[in-house]
Design a protein around this ligand. Structure first.
Ligand code: AMP
Length: 138
């Protein structure tokens, strides 16, 4: 399957639609998920195009995973989390809805279930959570 340069995350990368960014470097971007399944739920993407894990290059994967690890530590500190869940879906049958490679980073606490998918978050609360993550990144 071909990469669609008009997918929503490509538009976020180009600044054509808004996002709540928490971290970026030359190769990757991290921003808040607008339908958070946990407080602090964020997404990490490569800045270069690929649909998902199946067509990503080793270089893209290693850059993204380094940022996933960095943000994993940041959400542990920012939310006093006890664990972190990383999710990643490939193609529609695999649960993927946006076709630009992304990893979900979800801070977790014992006994607290993830919220159901598809529920719009409170943007003020998401902005506060983003600020905590930025602060934890120093
Ligand atoms: P999936 O492809 O199944 O990993 O799901 C895509 C994820 O992107 C979902 O968690 C959505 O809530 C999230 N999402 C969709 N549009 C936006 C957006 N404009 N900004 C931030 N997150 C988004």
């Amino acid at each position: 399957m071909a990469y669609d340069p008009d997918n929503i995350f490509a538009k976020i990368l180009r600044g054509e639609i808004p996002s709540t960014r928490v971290y970026e470097d030359d190769d990757t971007l991290a921003f808040m998920d607008i339908m958070p399944r946990a407080d602090g739920h964020l997404l990490v993407i490569p800045k270069t195009p690929c649909r998902n894990l199946l067509d990503a290059s080793p270089t893209q994967l290693s850059a993204v995973m380094a940022t996933v690890q960095k943000l994993g530590h940041a959400v542990m500190a920012a939310f006093g989390a006890e664990g972190v869940t990383i999710q990643q879906f490939n193609e529609a049958a695999g649960g993927q809805e946006v076709f630009h490679l992304h990893f979900h980073v979800l801070p977790r606490h014992e006994g607290v279930r993830l919220r159901p998918p598809g529920q719009m978050g409170d943007m003020a609360a998401i902005a506060e959570q983003a600020e905590k993550i930025r602060a934890a990144l120093g």
